[in-house]
Structures are given as structure tokens and as C-alpha cells.
Design a protein around this ligand. Structure first.
Ligand SMILES: Cc1cc2nc3c(=O)[nH]c(=O)nc-3n(C[C@H](O)[C@H](O)[C@H](O)COP(=O)(O)O)c2cc1C
Length: 315
């Protein structure tokens, strides 16, 4: 299979929505280990069996193949950041994470929606992964909303409604902005008086022949956008503005008439116009590395972010 076929297969597989789990165990020295997995599946009720698939290239593959136990914690929609931590390389993943042992000693992530504490039942060779089948020794669940993963995006079912309500509120001013990427560079406009950098914005998303809309303004800047995903929604409590940001990747950014594309590692963050833009752009770059984007609702001042659902439905 060539690279393009692999990409297409990934895309096709990504159209199947899943939950997000953290799979944990202990290594030889009794240190907690774990990684983010969405390959979790129920297998059998009698006996009680579940499975996850683990990449043979996983850093912890030895521990999972030699270990006798493991646990699966199903993440809630408020635990998007935990998914990112357990999918990021070279990180002390359990630092600042609350967890406890239940039956087998494998870490159970606190406040997860459900957990399954397992004895290893089978470890099956399957292509570039191993299938890890676990016999459930203990489990529990609660009524929190689970985090959902679809097409490389985290989906938060609970906040979609909140977001739509905010948009229906007539006293709220809406500003729509764009994070535009071209070849690992981000597009920013510069205020010629102050030298500060900002993202393009407009009062509506619109269409390309509406020059007051975001898509119209981008068209005027010679930026051609074919698809866009909702990335972030910030509320500015001072002037009751809701800022709705989309992310998009463009094929060709070489002919922009105003503004500039900045390489990820040379962005002058201190020149960004406000903290909200800084927080958002830093998160964009971190998630870009993982190719796992969240969609966020929050308050600008707190920089607090939570995910909401289905990017391109919200216009
Ligand atoms: C939403 C999501 C789901 C993932 N599912 C799996 C999975 O099922 N199996 C797997 O081996 N890796 C999966 N990964 C990738 C691992 O979490 C990631 O490669 C991690 O860095 C592996 O850690 P390790 O090499 O320290 O074991 C997933 C990542 C994300 C963001």
C-alpha cells in the first residue's frame, strides 16, 4: 500500500465515530504507563472480554506484552486534555493526573466515564499492531458524557447546544476568524501602526462573493479556502462578543496580497494582539503535531477550553 492509499484508508476508518480511552498498566519497576486508544471494543459478555489494539512501535510495547494486567479508562468530554497528554511522545504522562488502583494495580484515571480492570487474556499478533484481549476483573461506569472522536476531531456532545444558544442570543456580537495553515505556516495580518499581529476576522462566515464576510475577505487576500472546520469559540465578557474561529489548510499561500505566513517555530507570539490568540495558536500547533484537533468553547480571560461537536455544521 502506498502512502496515499494509507491516508485514504485512515480517512475512511476515521469516519467511524469512537470513544476515547486511556489504556494503562505498570512497567517492570512498578511505574504507571499508559497511552490514548480509540481501538477499544467489547468482545464477549460470558466470559467478560474486551480488547484494544496496540501499535508494535509503541514505546511501552514490552511492558504490555510482558505484563499480566492492564486497565482501560473511558474519558469524559471534560478530559480531552488527558487524551492529548497520553498521545504525546516524551512526556511524564502521569504528572498532574489523578489516578488510583482498583483490583489488578493498573492505574484507573479519576473521573473517567467508565473503567475496566483486566487480566491479560491474549496478546495476538495482527499486522503492525497487537490485539490485547483482557478478561474483566472489575468495572464501573457513570452517567457523564463520553468524549467522542471522529475524523481526527474530538467531539463534545454536551456543549454543542450551549454554543448554539450563545449564537441565538441577539445581544451577543459575533466575530468569525480563521487560522489558515499553509505548509506548516500560519497566516497573520499586521497592524501597521502598532506592529501587532492578528488573525483575519469578519462578522460572518459568508461566501466568497460577499466581501464583508470572512470567506469574501480571504478571497480578496488571494487565499482560497476549500474546507474549514470550527476550531475555537471564545467569549469576551467585556464587550459581549463571541469569537468563532475556523481552521483551514490551503493548497497555495504564495500569492497573498497582504499579511504573511509564519513558520510554526518562528511565530513572534509576543506580538500577537491578545492572550486569546496566543493560547489558541499554541494549542493549534500542539494539536497539529498530533493531527488531533479539538473544538473549543471557553472564556477568553480564563483561556479555559472545552470541546464542542461537529465543526462544519456551525455557520
Ligand atoms: C484519539 C487517539 C486514538 C488513538 N488510538 C490508538 C490505539 O488504539 N492504539 C495505539 O496503539 N495507538 C493509538 N493512538 C496513538 C497513541 O496514543 C500514541 O501513539 C502514543 O504516543 C503511544 O504512546 P507510547 O508509544 O508511549 O506507547 C491514538 C491516539 C489518539 C490521539
Amino acid at each position: 500500500m502506498n502512502k496515499e492509499d494509507t491516508r485514504d484508508l485512515r480517512d475512511a476508518l476515521g469516519s467511524f465515530p469512537t470513544g476515547v480511552t486511556v489504556v494503562t498498566s505498570k512497567d517492570r519497576d512498578d511505574n504507571p504507563i499508559g497511552f490514548t486508544a480509540n481501538s477499544f471494543t467489547s468482545v464477549s459478555l460470558n466470559p467478560q472480554l474486551i480488547l484494544i489494539c496496540i501499535d508494535k512501535a509503541s514505546f511501552n510495547i514490552q511492558s504490555f506484552s510482558a505484563g499480566e494486567h492492564f486497565a482501560v479508562s473511558v474519558l469524559s468530554e471534560n478530559q480531552h486534555h488527558i487524551s492529548t497528554i497520553f498521545a504525546s511522545p516524551e512526556m511524564d504522562r502521569f504528572n498532574n493526573i489523578r489516578w488510583e488502583s482498583k483490583i489488578t494495580g493498573s492505574p484507573i484515571i479519576a473521573d473517567s466515564v467508565a473503567w475496566f480492570d483486566c487480566d491479560k487474556d491474549q496478546f495476538i499478533d495482527a499486522g503492525d499492531h497487537f490485539i490485547l484481549i483482557g478478561k474483566v476483573r472489575g468495572f464501573d461506569s457513570n452517567s457523564q458524557k463520553p468524549l467522542v472522536y471522529l475524523r481526527g476531531n474530538y467531539v463534545n456532545l454536551g456543549l454543542e447546544q450551549k454554543m448554539l444558544l450563545a449564537m441565538e442570543n441577539k445581544s451577543t456580537k459575533i466575530l468569525v476568524g480563521a487560522l489558515i495553515e499553509w505548509r506548516k505556516k500560519i497566516f497573520l495580518l499586521e497592524d501597521k501602526t502598532t506592529g501587532l499581529l492578528y488573525f483575519p476576522t469578519a462578522t460572518r462566515l459568508g461566501v466568497i462573493n460577499d466581501d464583508q464576510s470572512l470567506l469574501g475577505k480571504l478571497h480578496d487576500l488571494k487565499i482560497s479556502v476549500s474546507e474549514h472546520y470550527l476550531f475555537s469559540v471564545f467569549e469576551n465578557s467585556n464587550d459581549k462578543t463571541s469569537l468563532i474561529y475556523y481552521r483551514t489548510k490551503v493548497e497555495d499561500g504564495s500569492s497573498v496580497s497582504v499579511g504573511q505566513f509564519y513558520e510554526f517555530d518562528t511565530i513572534p507570539f509576543d506580538l500577537l494582539i491578545d492572550d486569546a490568540s496566543r493560547i489558541m495558536l499554541k494549542r493549534y500547533i500542539a494539536e497539529r503535531e498530533l493531527n488531533a484537533f479539538g473544538i473549543f468553547v471557553g472564556k477568553e480571560s480564563e483561556g479555559k477550553v472545552e470541546a464542542i461537536t461537529k465543526p462544519n455544521d456551525i455557520v
